[in-house]
Design a protein around this ligand. Sequence first.
Ligand code: NAD
Ligand code: DAU
Length: 339
Amino acid sequence: MTVFVTGGAGFIGSNFIFYMLDKYPDSRIVCLDKLTYAGNLTTLAPVMKNPNFRFVKVDICRRDAVFQLFREEQPDVVVNFAAESHVDRSIESPEVFLQTNVLGTQVLMDACREYGIRRYHQVSTDEVYGDLPLDRPDLFFTEQTPIHTSSPYSASKAAADLLVQAYHRTYGLPATISRCSNNYGPYHFPEKLIPLMIVNALNDKPLPVYGQGLNVRDWLYVEDHCKAIDLILEKGREGEVYNIGGHNEMRNIDIVRLICRKLGKPESLITYVTDRKGHDMRYAIDPAKIHRELGWLPETKFADGIDKTIAWYLENRRWWQTILSGEYQDYYRRMYGNR
Ligand code: NAD
Ligand code: DAU
């Protein structure tokens, strides 16, 4: 079996490649990645010499190049992780989000139609459902919750989801969609909350908490997300959406305080900064469908997952220090300079 993994040089895609090559050593994985600021080839170094792995630097929006790869490799399965994934960047410059997240998805699905595919899987997000109020802890996102997006990022992901559903209904594309809550774990780019707070704390830099830090996210260890996608590929029903989340809701400020405690850093590093525009208040997934139909349950408790994650950042300083020395500095000044 040949599996195309797009965006495999990023956070979740790379964890998925490691998981799949370990679990299915005889399958062939081809990673298609443009290597944007978020893609990192050193992440894939451990598998580069594996004869069942191939890396191709390609933009999924480039129709000719993508079609050529489909002709060469005849994939059985495509798992599309490739995306612009950071909400704050989408508020700054939405256009590339529409290009990659929407038009890139279309190119991949057109190639699947042209060359045939057993399964196209779209990795989507709980952000397509918008947000929930803090004073209604009884409410959760189900697969029936209406799409109601807040940021250019979530709008682009929702547009892609609708296009996937249209290709399934109109052309019979054998597609599935998963909508996962916030992931954390190794190889997470330090622009996102948990890795940013870890690396800033390690560097004794201010920890920028948006607004009052009361927003709630539902955190899932990345390996549990990978296992859920694997199950959907194996047993998920075509045309279906599966929500993925672990009922692990936490306020941002509590996460940041926990990271300070774990690293022995003072809470005086915490700095409240101007809130994100359109900031979603609370995300909370109801994972009943994937549990009932596919038997999936999260396996890693947050207490263990955060320890493993912090240990990874302590043991892999070179990975993130290299990132911090590049374009990241300009980004950081733009994003946090006047906040
Ligand atoms: P990431 O930003 O870490 O990685 C994205 C990868 O896609 C990078 O390697 C980048 O180089 C590549 N890429 C970007 N544009 C491309 C293009 N035009 N062509 C080819 N490759 C391109 O993102 P992530 O956090 O690993 O997220 C992966 C997917 O999972 C995204 O679709 C995201 O929407 C979704 N998701 C993420 C989370 C989360 O908490 N991180 C939760 C739910 C869903
Ligand atoms: O829910 C799934 C989504 O989770 C994915 O679709 C996105 O790709 C992923 O980036 C993530 O989106 P969030 O916006 O929830 O993640 P982020 O890490 O950017 O922010 C988490 C919370 O922390 C959010 O309420 C904003 C806040 N925050 C974030 C940063 C970077 C801060 O308070 N300070 C910060 O510096």
